[in-house]
Ligand binder design. Structure first.
Ligand SMILES: *[C@@H]1O[C@H](CO)[C@@H](O)[C@H](O)[C@H]1NC(C)=O
Ligand SMILES: *[C@@H]1O[C@H](CO)[C@@H](O)[C@H](O)[C@H]1NC(C)=O
Ligand SMILES: *[C@@H]1O[C@H](CO)[C@@H](O)[C@H](O)[C@H]1NC(C)=O
Length: 101
């Protein structure tokens, strides 16, 4: 119970720092703009839309093995991102996921 509260507090902290940050990399070398560009393609429930060029551009500069490490964390859902859709994204941009992803 107690650790759950701590986790939630940490997520709230991360989300609020994301909301207030500008163009700095906030997650695995992705910028807020980059994340926002990708959001329509990684949000449930919604029709799967192909990632925009802006999203792919942001993704190509992102650290994909770092993103993979968030696959099973609560951070992505807290950002409104569906982890499964997120992991399918690089392939849609013709980028390759790290082997152990
Ligand atoms: C981080 O992103 C910037 C801008 O997209 C890029 O120039 C840089 O190479 C990236 N750094 C890493 C470690 O991928
Ligand atoms: C990418 O992320 C992984 C895991 O967080 C880290 O070990 C690695 O140094 C990062 N690579 C770059 C180029 O920043
Ligand atoms: C990915 O590659 C295929 C085949 O080369 C190409 O038709 C497609 O337009 C590319 N998609 C993106 C997002 O670059």
């Amino acid at each position: 119970m107690k650790s759950g509260v701590v986790v939630l507090a940490l997520i709230a902290l991360m989300v609020s720092s994301i909301e207030s940050s500008g163009n700095d990399a906030i997650l695995c070398n992705m910028t807020e703009d980059g994340l926002n560009a990708c959001k329509p393609s990684v949000t449930q429930p919604s029709p799967v839309v192909p990632p925009s060029p802006d999203c792919c551009k942001a993704l190509s500069g992102a650290n994909l093995s770092c993103l993979c490490s968030y696959k099973h964390s609560l951070v992505l859902p807290a950002l409104g991102i569906d982890p499964d859709l997120a992991m399918a994204l690089p392939a849609q941009c013709n980028l390759t996921n790290p082997a152990n992803c």
